[in-house]
Design a protein around this ligand. Sequence first.
Ligand code: SF4
Length: 483
Amino acid sequence: MRVSPLTPETFADNARAALADATLTGALRRATDTFAERRAAAIGAVPDWQELRTRAAAIKAHTLARLDAYLEEFTANATKAGATVHWARDAAEACAIVRDLAQARGSKRLVKSKSMATEEIHLNAALAQDGREPVETDLGEWIIQLAGETPSHIIVPAIHKTKEQIGALFVDKLGIPPSSDPQLLAAEARTRLRAHFAAADLGISGVNFGVAETGTILVLENEGNARMTTTLPAVHVAVMGIEKVIPRFGDLETFLRLLPRSGTGQHLTTYQSMLTGPDPMGQGPRELHIVLLDNGRSRIVADELMRQTLACIRCGACLNACPVYQSIGGHAYGSVYPGPIGAILTPQLQGLHSAGTLPFASSLCGACKDVCPVKIDIPSLLLELRRRAVAGEQVPAAPSRGAAPTTSKPARRKPLEALGWRVWSWVTRSPARFRLATAFARLGQKLPFAMRLFGPMRAWQSSREAPKLAARPFRDRWRGDAR
Ligand code: SF4
């Protein structure tokens, strides 16, 4: 069972613990630096990169504004092709659909390829209740399943682990001789996973894109495990967030040029599996079931400002670029979706009452916005969620089946912080008070040790330098020039 013990409520403590873990921070720095370098090289070779981003953002905005119509078109065409489409309002409903499908067919050996939607609904834990926990077949996912952990990155689930830690895990769980040779460890995983593929009777996957025009689903990956998960077992169940639909087959050209380059710095992922209904030749799955997952998304779509959150194509670039993620990794967020995208998505899925800390876990440097292939304005959305949290506005959690709609408690500011903002507001509303305050600040800058006496200032200054105030204020100079 892989449900993280950490939560967004304890973000500050989680982050402190992560920062103290030198092995973790070293692994994160190496991995995120490598991805950033590969991404820069890959997009440098695409002269129309910015046009592609603009086109992708426009396609997503257009689709999200007419999501109901495109979902109906997708459902009609997927059904025409022989797939069965199921609609799930929430996590419980989605898990129940998959459990019922497995139970009705007597499926006992389940395999699963990497899918954030199934992590979001905790599908493995739900299936484990019936003794049907699927075997993860993505190498990173399999490693963390062995370790009993949760993914810490959208596309690199085991980014937080070093090869030495993985070697030790294999010794412990698989009983192999000690080794930290990546090739040897991968070969061991391949051998073990192939046996699971050969025996599997039901395969579960996510979906990268669902094409309304044809009812096709597309699954991207690099290891071939998703190809085997979606073709070898007799039944394939694909769990697809409703925001994954795109209008036309031709739109894939735009997204396929953006996603792999942004995520892993590849020109194209090694495998692109396009599935339109079950295999008509009878050599692949006899049944294809597509579970359309809402779980709070239709509520996000209804909010015109926050809607762009759902344009995300889960490339992971904003995680790799974020100085906060680079320092603490994914587990500290206590959420399935970490990093900048998690900081805006999780509070909207779980409610501000439980994830209201996450929008504040950002320096607002804007690196996430710069790298996002679909131009999501993450810093503005972070600020809007902060505003709503402070104002006590309601961002309810996704409704659960059978439960009354959840409402959020207003997020509260820390008393000292609230007092600080009240004082700041009082000072800046009077020119005389503002002048007096800046005179004190100028004096304080001459005595830096005095600033360090205050706890918050000490923490702030431990890794930053405050900008110097001008010796002569602008207003004085302006008056001098005007005279
Ligand atoms: S928000 Fe943008 S950069 Fe971040 S994962 Fe989504 S698409 Fe990629």
